[in-house]
Design a protein around this ligand. Structure first.
Ligand SMILES: [Fe+2]
Ligand SMILES: [Fe+2]
Length: 183
């Protein structure tokens, strides 16, 4: 698998997690009392996955393909700025969930709105990459590029997305699916 294919697979994983979070938000809207522990772990996990594993690998790949195509360069710049914004956003949302979990008084409507905004912006970012950036990179890259890139990329196993993290992912996913389907 090339790094581009791995990053595409990350998008599929992230989208599944966002889908579970959306189901959770839907339950909140219907007035269910949330499992904040699970919600907190899920939001934190999505943030960590995106900000500390997925985006650094993308940044590395984007940097590698800079200065080959003016159009692509413009998108890469926008995308790198989105990575910075999303990191800030996921930190804020994680803090909000933790605050609510520790009895901070935030109106439920506002809490839901912040979660929805987080999901929407993460999704928009993934769609932007899938639709605007990945196809362009695919079009200008050669087999040699992938060999060179593979050698220098920070690996999935290091330091955050190793076996332990993979285990967390499965647990959270399983727990969330069980919760949603138990209704
Ligand atoms: Fe990204
Ligand atoms: Fe991405």
């Amino acid at each position: 698998m090339t790094i581009l294919e791995q990053l595409h697979q990350d998008h599929i994983n992230l989208s599944r997690l966002l889908e579970v979070l959306e189901m959770k938000i839907q339950k909140l809207k219907e007035g269910d009392s949330p499992n904040f522990q699970l919600l907190s772990e899920l939001v934190e996990y999505i943030g960590n996955y995106a900000d500390q594993s997925h985006h650094p690998r993308e940044d590395h790949m984007y940097h590698y393909f800079e200065l080959r195509d003016t159009n692509l360069d413009k998108d890469l710049k926008a995308c790198e700025a989105q990575h910075v914004d999303l990191k800030q956003l996921s930190r804020e949302v994680t803090e909000t969930v933790d605050a609510v979990m520790h009895d901070a008084v935030i109106p439920m409507a506002e809490f839901i709105q912040r979660l929805e905004n987080f999901v929407q912006r993460e999704r928009a970012h993934i769609n932007f990459e899938e639709q605007a950036i990945f196809p362009k990179i695919n079009a200008i890259s050669t087999a040699d590029d992938w060999i060179v890139l593979e050698k220098n990329l920070p690996q999935h196993e290091d330091p955050l997305f190793g076996e332990k993290q993979g285990e967390n992912y499965r647990e959270i996913y399983k727990a969330m699916i069980q919760e949603v389907s138990a209704v």
